[in-house]
Design a protein around this ligand. Structure first.
Ligand SMILES: C[S@@+](CC[C@H](N)C(=O)[O-])C[C@H]1O[C@@H](n2cnc3c(N)ncnc32)[C@H](O)[C@@H]1O
Length: 357
């Protein structure tokens, strides 16, 4: 390590140390959050009012001693309120909306579920950083894919049919009449199934190159009784089958592809006349100094450990990372013959692009 030159400002050192130590504490606590979500502890506390550790242990069938220790983490992080006199704990309803209800648009536990599989490939990532090779999306443990679906679901539940599709010119009217839709890189099909629920006259085809995800998507379609109008098939984005699609959608996956240009070319080939390509991408700047803050930081971190290595593993012409910037995406689309580009709408976390030939 190079020796620092000049006197250190000790106040700045202490201030920075506090910030990093806070990040470390949050990282330690993240494991308890994941355990609590997986063991149903938050769910058991939701709407239950004040509980003792014994009552919570009984509700969940868990060992009281561990539950008590877990509750201390929750109190320390101000996730749970404690009444020392009564020896009880409460999960406020507002916190339950974030921690306990997977169908709520504010649920934020998916990120914690992604940590275990990401840490599991730390050595592979270090090798990738040394060699420039990738770590494929398909090389992770199953929790990564479940966590990803949990991570994106709340945003789609809150925005997809209410804000994003209506922001596209004429698309909702077509979907109401009966349209053909391809959802490329669909993962567990969360977006596909939400659209199918909302538009009963339309047919939906989800594609992903990852067979495990397609299996999960098919099971969910079956469970929701949608197999007659929703199909899921394994197919790479550059070669997905079909034609005459009124809408070809890429939800949070365009930047994960090794060859986004080929995916755009295939979209153009399969579009119906007057069809639309929809790309939902992270709302994160290509300029690192604009990534300061929790959202930009989360995108930057997942890009460096998941999205970029996944795209590199596909040995395509581009590995974008999840914040390549609008100009880069627009140029790739134009080269693929999709020259009409419009930012249809944006939220704190996403930008929604309407793209046409
Ligand atoms: C971040 S996940 C998003 C999944 C899904 N769209 C969602 O929003 O939940 C990225 C997805 O892109 C898929 N993917 C990556 N490269 C692909 C490729 N070349 N062809 C098809 N799918 C691909 C992955 O398997 C994964 O399901």
């Amino acid at each position: 390590m190079a020796t620092p030159t000049g006197e250190l400002d000790q106040d700045q050192v202490r201030e920075f140390l506090e910030r990093v130590a806070g990040d470390g504490a949050a990282a330690f606590a993240a494991l308890a959050t994941s355990i609590g979500a997986r063991l149903g502890l938050y769910e058991a506390m939701a709407g239950a009012g004040a509980l003792t550790s014994g009552q919570l242990a009984e509700r969940t069938g868990l060992a009281e001693r561990y539950v008590r220790e877990w509750l201390a983490v929750q109190v320390a992080g101000e996730y749970v309120r404690r009444d020392p006199a009564a020896d009880t704990y409460v999960l406020p309803d507002e916190h339950a909306a974030v921690l306990a209800d997977p169908s709520a648009p504010t649920y934020f536990v998916g990120a914690f579920r992604m940590l275990k599989p990401l840490y599991a490939v730390e050595d592979d990532l270090m090798r990738a950083y040394r060699t420039g090779e990738g770590v494929g999306w398909d090389e992770h443990g199953p929790e990564l894919y479940e966590g990803t679906a949990d991570f994106f679901r709340p945003g789609y539940v809150g925005m997809l049919t209410q804000e994003w599709l209506p922001a596209l010119d004429g698309v909702v009217a077509k979907l109401e009449r009966g349209a053909r839709v391809a959802d490329v890189g669909c993962g567990f099909g969360v977006s596909t199934l939400l659209m199918a629920q909302a538009f009963p006259n339309s047919r939906f085809h989800g594609f992903d190159y990852h067979a495990h995800s397609i299996g999960a998507a098919r099971r969910e379609a079956e469970k929701q009784g949608l197999r007659d109008r929703v199909m899921f098939d394994v197919a790479p984005a550059a070669e997905f089958p079909g034609s005459g699609y009124d809408l070809v959608a890429f939800f949070d996956c365009l930047h994960d592809l090794g060859d986004p240009g080929a995916a755009f070319r295939r979209s153009r080939e399969t579009l119906a006349e007057d069809g639309t390509v929809l790309a939902v991408e992270p709302n994160a700047s290509a300029e690192p100094s604009e990534l300061v803050g929790p959202i930009g930081r989360a995108f930057a971190a997942t890009s460096a450990t998941l999205c970029l290595p996944g795209a590199v593993a596909q040995h395509g012409p581009q590995a974008l990372g999840n914040h390549p910037g609008e100009a880069a995406l627009r140029e790739i689309a134009a080269e693929a013959g999709l020259r009409s580009w419009r930012l249809a709408t944006e939220s704190m976390t996403n930008r929604v692009y309407e793209i046409r030939p």
